[in-house]
Design a binder for this molecule. Structure first.
Ligand code: UT7
Length: 329
């Protein structure tokens, strides 16, 4: 049975920036507070009318252009997002049409910050069994569409953007995606949620007036879970393969808060120069952080063929994940 590997990446990032100074004018906050508590300086934010499928298609098209693959040979498209263009149809269908992937089926995956890792694992399973040769995984969110820009707890954190990864079979002797360790703890659901717009509280004048269609977060509870769970899964996954933090060439964590990343790094004992951090520019793009961080690593020359790469994620659900792979290109 072959393995599965990432063979190309693309990104979809809107050019517009929302700076800490802009936020100082919108809510009672200061750039100093935001930098100290989160490490964020700016976030990319879409122009009005730009959607998740627009950016997702851009990311997918970059892969098609870079690799020269015929889009009709893509078998599967998974879009990990909590900000679909619409509740129906799935954003994956919109992307499929836009990029001309006439032979593909697909679906959306709604598991927030763990979306990219979970979708990558699902796609990898199809490739490993031989059912598919080419899967496109997209992790991308337009968080500005679900954020209350009067809520200083949430509006300072989130940004828009993400990226796409092409998953294909490994060649003989290649490792590709080595293993994963994903976990959910549904008891944490209430601490990071959008209360209305679903079957529990269908959209109504009341839900809109009480802002229940925006992201609500108990930051402290999420922070506590994140600082414990992400490194725990990463350590367990490494140990399962006889590795320690020393063996990791590149650690790519979810970019939620620089203090969460630092806590994970301390626990894992990976040297900071092997850790990819781009939260200062992008903020937290939910399912978008990991593909964007891969792109940053590639652009900075920090990610090379043969590197042992560890990924960690944590977010709403609660959901968390870890993935280990040998970088393949
Ligand atoms: O992607 C995964 C999902 N999300 C996360 O991982 C986020 C996890 N949580 C966090 O990142 C942090 O909890 C936050 C960044 C959201 C908040 O940071 P914190 O250090 O946990 O702040 P806090 O909630 O403990 O608040 C400390 C103080 C409070 O004031 P008092 O009660 O001490 O007077 C807050 O009212 O800071 C105040 N505060 C702010 N001050 C200025 C809260 N938000 C702000 C703000 N600007 N934006």
């Amino acid at each position: 049975m072959p393995g599965a590997k990432i063979t190309a990446m693309g990104v979809g990032v809107p050019p517009g920036l929302l700076t800490n100074q802009d936020l100082e004018k919108m809510v009672d906050t200061s750039s100093e507070w935001i930098v100290e508590r989160t490490g964020i300086l700016t976030r990319h934010i879409v122009e009005k009318g730009v959607t998740t499928s627009d950016l997702a298609s851009e990311a997918a098209q970059q892969i098609i252009d870079k690799t020269g693959i015929d889009p009709t040979t893509i078998d599967l498209i998974i879009v990990a997002t909590i900000t679909p263009d619409m509740m129906l149809p799935a954003t994956a269908c919109l992307v499929q049409d836009r990029i001309g992937a006439k032979g593909a089926w697909g679906f959306d995956m709604s598991i927030a910050c763990s979306g990219f890792l979970y979708a990558t694992q699902v796609a990898a399973q199809f490739v490993k069994t031989g059912a598919h040769k080419r899967a496109l995984v997209i992790g991308l969110d337009v968080m500005s569409s679900i954020i209350d820009y009067e809520d200083r707890q949430t509006c300072i954190i989130f940004g828009d953007g993400g990226g796409a990864a092409l998953i294909e079979p490994t060649e003989e002797g290649e490792e590709g995606i080595i293993d994963f360790l994903h976990e959910v703890d549904g008891s944490g659901g209430e601490f990071l949620c959008i209360p209305a717009g679903g079957s529990k509280h269908p959209t109504s004048k009341e839900t809109l007036d009480s802002k229940m269609h925006f992201v609500h977060q108990d930051g402290k509870v999420v922070f506590k879970f994140a600082t414990r769970k992400m490194p725990e899964l990463c350590v367990r996954l490494l140990e399962r393969h006889g590795y320690s933090g020393d063996d990791v060439d590149v650690f790519i964590p979810h970019q939620a808060n620089l203090r969460i990343i630092s806590a994970a790094v301390d626990r894992l004992k990976v040297p900071m120069d092997k850790v990819i951090v781009n939260i200062a520019e992008y903020g937290n793009t939910t399912a978008g952080t990991l593909p964007l961080a891969i792109d940053t690593a590639l652009n900075q020359g920090k990610l090379k063929k043969g590197d042992l790469v560890l990924f960690g994620s944590v977010g709403a659900g609660f959901s968390a994940g870890a993935m280990l792979m040998r970088w393949a290109y």
